[in-house]
Design a binder for this molecule. Structure first.
Ligand SMILES: [Mn+2]
Length: 330
């Protein structure tokens, strides 16, 4: 009980640092838990993730949130009510986050620790699945490793987070109808059962069937798989591959993120009648990287047949553009 109170206090400090009228970068960084508490959070959340299966089962009502990449202020809008940010919403409906929590934006540590605390406080109603950025190579190439060193100098904070990332579940299924994964389907993993049997407790390799779940993109021009992806990792999956995956597993749609669209969401197979709603890309970062004018949306499912896309509006605060890395495609 004491511990829960402590976690509640830590999450409320993080939230309230974003709510003040004149917040500043410094104030938001000061709201972060100290390294001792960050270690406790990581230890506790790692235990929870480790106990979950590769594919978590989730029931409606639920909300599906796409890439968030350190845009903490924007992500919090998912919990916005008239009186302010209310995480108690997690008592009555569940929340699924599709990965890519770190790198890019200015507040990766705030965002990831917020989500870890949310998971600790509402373990059965919060599901975090893994994105291609929750791994050693991408966090080293982009900015999360540097953020860790800057905020928690002379500690092993980065390694500590990598250790938790290696326990994140791969995917989830909502009401036995919708399959949620960061990138999409993978060549060589035609059934959900085959994904259940993978050993996920490891880093994401550059290529291969495990890696493709986090890296792949849909492409309506091809039938099965093609390695024409310009990302350097991952492949494209086509219409026949999607059709077979859905029918093999009796799934209606795949909800995924991993690609920015100006509109904030996309139906990549929209032009094919029987596959129109087969894949939905959800992009939850308005004004991605603070330099795009794109919209952000998340998906709200009140029941398995009643769903709505909800817009997330960018929260502007004074901050540095913080975007030394310009390759925004991965
Ligand atoms: Mn991604």
């Amino acid at each position: 009980m004491e511990k829960t109170k402590n976690y509640k206090k830590l999450i409320n400090i993080l939230i309230s640092s974003t709510q003040k009228n004149k917040t500043s970068e410094q104030k938001v960084h000061q709201a972060l838990p100290n390294i001792k508490n960050a270690k406790l959070i990581c230890k506790q959340v790692k235990k929870l993730f480790s106990q979950e299966p590769n594919i978590v089962f989730v029931r409606t009502p639920t909300n599906v949130i796409g890439d968030s990449h350190g845009q903490f202020f924007d992500l919090l809008q998912v919990f916005k009510e008239e009186a302010g940010i209310n995480i108690e919403k997690c008592r009555n409906e569940s929340f699924i986050f599709l990965g890519d929590y770190v790198d890019r934006g200015n507040w990766s540590l705030q965002l990831i620790l917020f989500l870890f605390l949310l998971k600790i406080l509402y373990p059965t109603n919060v599901t975090l699945i893994r994105g291609n950025h929750e791994c050693r190579e991408t966090t080293m190439l982009y900015r999360f490793s540097k953020d860790c060193k800057k905020i928690y100098p002379n500690t092993n904070a980065w390694e500590m987070f990598l250790d938790v990332f290696n326990t994140l579940p791969i995917a989830c299924v909502i009401d036995s109808k919708y399959f949620c994964v960061h990138g999409g389907i993978s060549q060589g993993l035609n059934t959900i059962q085959s994904i259940r049997e993978l050993d996920r407790f490891k880093d994401i390799p550059k290529n291969g069937k495990f890696s493709e779940l986090f890296w792949n993109d849909p492409n309506s021009e091809i039938d099965y798989f093609s390695n024409l992806s310009p990302r350097g990792s991952g492949m494209h999956y086509g219409k026949k591959a999607v059709k077979e995956f859905l029918s093999n597993n009796r799934i209606e749609s795949i909800f995924r993120s991993h690609q920015k669209f100006e509109e904030g969401f996309n139906l990549p197979f929209e032009n094919i009648k029987e596959l129109k709603l087969s894949v939905l890309t959800i992009w939850s970062m308005p004004n991605y990287g603070y330099i795009n004018q794109n919209k952000g949306y998340y998906l709200k499912l009140s029941s398995d047949s009643d769903f709505n896309l909800k817009q997330l509006v960018e929260i502007k605060i004074s901050h540095d553009p913080g975007h030394e890395e310009n390759n925004l495609e991965n």
